[in-house]
Design a protein around this ligand. Structure first.
Ligand SMILES: Cc1cc2nc3c(=O)[nH]c(=O)nc-3n(C[C@H](O)[C@H](O)[C@H](O)COP(=O)(O)OP(=O)(O)OC[C@H]3O[C@@H](n4cnc5c(N)ncnc54)[C@H](O)[C@@H]3O)c2cc1C
Length: 204
């Protein structure tokens, strides 16, 4: 099995100067990836590694095999992130094409975490479901769930039914509203939990 090496050079809660095997993946794993081009503010240094998983299996298997000492940080489309010039240590995970499907059944809208809020609002509206509050928020559904994004007096918490996620250990979990711990523009989710899909109930 092909392995990649992570040279950890900065200590913030994990050992300096050590190397770790990174699991083989089917998606893209990029070393020293500059993050400035992936954030709204166009600032910030590199991630030690940027992982863009091909699909759920790729993500869960990667996390299960990744040494627990290596920090993991999920990012959406970076509209609520200011990355420091020194970048981010460990593995930044950014979901893409394998995670952007949107489905509508009755009033229920299920969207992959990489789907853009505006696309979800538009697709829902096309099916007669009102998720208008998402229309002008320049983020992804994963970011909207994590941040309890809101607009026009409606928040993710108001429409949230459940979410699928993958823990740092690679376990697939389903999150209820209580698990989310919604508060104003924040939740109580662990910072290294990756939300992969969100189901919302819109108004008719
Ligand atoms: C011009 C402008 C207008 C805005 N207007 C609004 C507004 O009206 N209402 C509002 O609420 N916000 C607004 N925001 C803030 C921002 O758009 C929201 O917070 C948005 O939900 C962030 O989504 P994102 O995909 O960009 O997440 P990021 O900025 O990439 O990440 C934000 C946080 O979410 C976490 N995260 C991202 N994806 C995942 C995932 N899949 N799983 C787990 N955690 C994840 C990250 O770790 C980080 O902690 C605005 C921002 C800008 C720049």
């Amino acid at each position: 099995m092909r392995t990649l090496r992570l040279a950890v050079t900065v200590a913030r809660g994990y050992p300096s100067g050590m190397t770790y095997d990174l699991p083989d993946v089917r998606g893209a794993l990029t070393k020293n990836r500059d993050l400035s081009s992936l954030t709204w503010m166009r600032v910030g240094g590199p991630a030690d590694w940027l992982f863009q998983p091909a699909d759920m299996d790729d993500l869960a298997e990667f996390l299960a095999a990744l040494d627990l000492c290596v920090p993991v940080f999920p990012m959406g489309v970076g509209s609520n992130l200011i990355v420091r010039d020194g970048g981010i240590r460990g593995v930044v995970i950014r979901l893409g094409r394998g995670f952007n499907e949107i489905g509508v059944a009755g009033q229920m809208v299920s969207a992959g975490a990489a789907a853009l809020d505006a696309h979800v609002a538009k697709k829902a509206a096309g099916e007669g479901v009102d998720l208008t509050f998402l229309r002008t928020i320049p983020g992804s559904i994963g970011g909207a769930a994590r941040m309890n994004a809101g607009c026009y007096g409606t928040y993710m918490a108001d429409v949230f039914v459940e979410a699928e996620a993958v823990t740092r250990a690679g376990e697939r979990v389903t999150l209820s509203p209580a698990d989310m711990g919604f508060a104003y523009r924040q939740t109580e989710l662990p910072p290294d939990l990756i939300v992969t899909r969100v189901t919302m109930e819109g108004a008719g």
